[in-house]
Design a protein around this ligand. Sequence first.
Ligand SMILES: [Zn+2]
Length: 340
Amino acid sequence: MKHLLASVARQLATSEMLVRPISMAADMFMSTRGCLMTFHRGASAQAWEKLPNRDFYLDTDFLDQFLSHLNERGWDVVTMEEAIRRSRLGGSNGRFVNFSIDDCYRDTFEEIVPVFRRYGVPVTLFVTTGIPDGTLPLWAAGLEDTLLNNDRVMLEDGAVDVPTSEAKREAFHRIASSWDGPQAASRYVKFCELNGVDMDAMHWKHAISWEMLEELRGDPLVEIGGHTVTHARISSLSPDGALGELKGSRDRLVERLGIPAKHFAFPFGRSGDCGPRDFAIARDAGYASAATTRKGLVRKGQDEFSLPRCTINGSDRSLATMELHLTGLTGMAARMTGRV
Ligand SMILES: [Zn+2]
């Protein structure tokens, strides 16, 4: 489906003239609708071009362009709290978009929030508390950084030359997929030893800190919610383990920031990653809502503990592709192909 959508998006993107007709057609058959969008990291267009894991980042120049487009087209950018309020009301509460940043890295503070501030619109941060606590190894960020800044890296079975951006991207995906899983942290420790990487310094180069979050807490445009302690796949845990992850991140946010985080987002978030048991646990943990990454739109009567969200892939840098999310077409395609 990803390829199908990418090909549709590419065709549409060849003519931005098509953006307006798609939007207008959607207006005709849909009244109240909300689109919750999520991404992880942000980088300027210039930096984005060179990143080995650039799908994970939104080009902040494109984000700027997209916020301007939403403003021109009459979409309200709202907090998760307001999105839920409007979905309860239905009726003529119009079209709204929420942006949530999952995990939270240093660039949330340095690159992403400033773009939202420029437009005076809110943004939601779903914080994995192990990141500012320094207890969650950011192995993918460390691997990416090491590839970006070296033309040769050492792996356990020998050296790999990565002289070009393309070679770095290919190496990142190959190595990351071979590490992915419970052994990723130990593979990363070994990788750091082999490549002389200071793990602690690398962590704080990429992590958001509690000091940054304290500063963001006071910003009326920033809404802070929970995203577990260790970024665990919730469906794989025992009920107690799952509750510990959800409640643990909420308690930590209260403890460090003095805010009762009301909203939660599941890590990973597809149908195999979180289900009805986990939606009930989110309620038990004290949250007022929980978001997945199942594509689709929020409408009146939406269940507030299985909110759909559209992940914005960093490579999709066209307004036409964004319109596919806003009109609900990506959600429809996902349901039709069973990729939910
Ligand atoms: Zn996440």
